[in-house]
Design a protein around this ligand. Structure first.
Ligand code: NMX
Ligand code: MLT
Length: 506
């Protein structure tokens, strides 16, 4: 090794050693203070930790990438880092290491008479990584009340929308249109330095959260209530209460349902479409308004958040076809007819979960306490027993159990919110509480622009034929090449598949 190379190496080793020392002797940051103060203390330490990990362990392998992973929606690949939450396939979602049920039980009850914690508290938890005390959770509520006055141009935009524009499309448009408010854009254009980015992303995230109940309630009232509705935030109400109030819902039990709903839908680690899209777009340094709007475009898909609308449409069809209290046989036939028509059963299945979604169970527990005799609730509870049986029989569904979307609609209907086209907007308002903290942390830790490498089918075929050259398949026959290689460029025979038939594809 040359002298200068040796010097560089030893400098690197020293630097890693320094990081290692810092990594193993992290001071614990203070728990008190406002959300921004807690973040300001935590971020430098987390940065050191990340640098240390990257420096010391950057070349460690986390797994192998199989062709099936790439062709199968990247399922099963450990590709993203996300500290706000984690999904365990059997236990469901953990917010900052705490199972969701416990989160719901422990979040401080800041509103007099409320049986639920606040989504503001959940936002604190997801962002700061610590369960807030009552004062800290309340401080987020107060901040959002102060920041919540929606700019006039956004009201004008929403009021000008044709009523046929889907509520989710309106929600995405309004979120993106708020980007003149971005403190990040302003600071970036003035030459803000990278370590400071998170502060502006934080400000934008707080403002966006503060605006969302007004945006969402104006959409609701414009489309479904002829434009009538209160557009002013009331400083005596929390975020959920103001949201319900502006939509015209006063029942305290409905407000509690909304608090629960907005806590439950907030975060589901970072691989889901809405969270990942928000991150991806944010990685290009698009501001939080644009990034969130992009994420919401993803949430609007029927395999993702729109499933809560689809569930109600499907339940309505079921009731229209076989009545409110059908027999098990009638229900099973209806499910099978849905599958035969080539459609999925909405609200069932999941890419990661392999058990009943705890978000479903928590909603069901709320229903059992508050409206167990509601016909919709009864039907959803019955379906929970019947649908998994049918899906299991298909033999291809990885998770036959209900997800979050299977329950929410009937609860909303119980309290009179029948406009199913609107349901995904509620999901979207809640999702801001998870994807925005993820965005704050991505900028705080200096996450780079995302840019995975793609490859062509031709590359894949060549790669496969190279790696198979000379190796024999289980059948003892030499493996074939892809596509045109089926005939065998060099006259090799095709590989036989499991059924002993010749594979048509590679
Ligand atoms: N009904 C019928 N078939 C299903 C269902 C279902 N509920 N779930 C999965 N399958 C099928 C799926 O279409 C696929 O079939 P094929 O090979 O013919 O294309 C096969 O089972 C294997 O899919 P999985 O690996 O089990 O599921 P994947 O991870 O690809 O997709 C979902 C996950 C959630 C997209 C899928 O389960 C689904 O379409 N569910 C219904 C829609 C829904 O409820 N979405 C909401 C998810 C939660 N959220 O809010 O985002
Ligand atoms: C979510 O809440 O984002 C959904 O359950 C989808 C997912 O996690 O893949």
């Amino acid at each position: 090794m040359g002298r200068s190379l040796l010097k560089t190496r030893s400098r690197q080793v020293l630097k890693c050693g320094e990081y290692y020392w810092k990594l193993s002797s992290l001071r614990s940051y203070s728990d008190g203070g406002s959300l921004k103060e807690v973040l300001a203390k935590k971020i430098p330490q987390e940065r050191e930790k990340m640098l240390g990990i990257k420096c010391l362990h950057g070349d460690k392998k986390l797994g192998v990438i199989k062709v099936s992973n790439v062709m199968g929606g990247q399922r099963g690949l450990l590709l993203l880092m996300c500290d706000t939450s984690y999904v365990d396939p059997n236990k469901g979602i953990f917010y900052r290491g705490i199972p969701l049920k416990e989160v719901c039980a422990k979040l401080p009850r800041t509103q007099k008479g409320s049986k639920e914690g606040t989504p503001e508290g959940a936002f604190f938890l997801l962002t700061a990584g610590k369960m807030p005390n009552k004062k800290q959770a309340k401080a987020v509520t107060t901040e959002w009340q102060k920041r919540g006055k929606l700019p006039d141009y956004c009201f004008k935009l929403l009021d000008s929308m044709d009523k046929r524009v889907h509520p989710m499309a309106q929600f995405c448009a309004a979120s993106a249109a708020l980007n003149p408010e971005s403190k990040f854009v302003e600071a970036y254009n003035k030459g803000a330095k990278k370590p400071k980015y998170w502060e502006y992303i934080y400000e934008d995230s707080m403002n966006l959260c503060a605006f969302l109940p007004t945006v969402a309630s104006v959409i609701y009232c414009n489309i479904f209530k002829g434009g009538k509705g209160n557009r002013k935030l009331d400083s005596s109400k929390d975020w959920s209460d103001n949201f319900c109030n502006m939509m015209g819902y006063k029942d305290s039990s409905f407000v509690d349902l909304m608090r629960l709903y907005l806590i439950l839908h907030a975060d589901h680690e970072s691989g889901n479409v809405s969270a990942h899209t928000t991150q991806l777009v944010g990685s290009a340094l698009s501001d939080p308004y644009l990034s969130f709007s992009a994420g919401m475009c993803g949430l609007a898909g029927p395999l993702h958040g729109l499933a809560n609308q689809e569930v109600l449409v499907w339940l309505d069809k079921l009731v229209a076809a076989i009545g409110c209290e059908p027999s098990d046989e009638q229900i099973l036939k209806f499910i099978n007819d849905t599958l035969k028509s080539g459609r999925v059963v909405p609200g069932y299945g999941h890419a990661v979960l392999r058990q009943t979604d705890p978000r479903f169970s928590l909603q069901n527990a709320f229903a059992m306490k508050n409206c167990k005799d509601d016909p919709g609730v009864k039907l959803v509870t019955r379906l929970w027993k019947l649908i998994p049986k049918v899906l299991k029989e298909l033999g291809k569904v990885a998770n036959p159990y209900p997800n979050v979307d299977a329950h929410s609609g009937v609860l909303l209907q119980h309290y009179g919110m029948n406009e199913m086209k609107y349901y995904t907007v509620l999901f979207g308002v809640s999702r801001a509480l998870g994807v925005l903290p993820q965005l704050i942390w991505a900028r705080a830790l200096g996450a780079p622009i995302e840019r995975p490498k793609s490859f062509t089918t031709d590359f894949l075929c060549k790669f496969l034929s190279k790696s198979k050259k000379g190796t024999k398949g289980k059948s003892g026959k030499k493996s074939s090449k892809c596509g045109k290689g089926r005939k065998g460029k060099k006259g090799k025979k095709s590989r036989k598949n499991r059924k002993g038939k010749k594979s048509k594809k590679c």
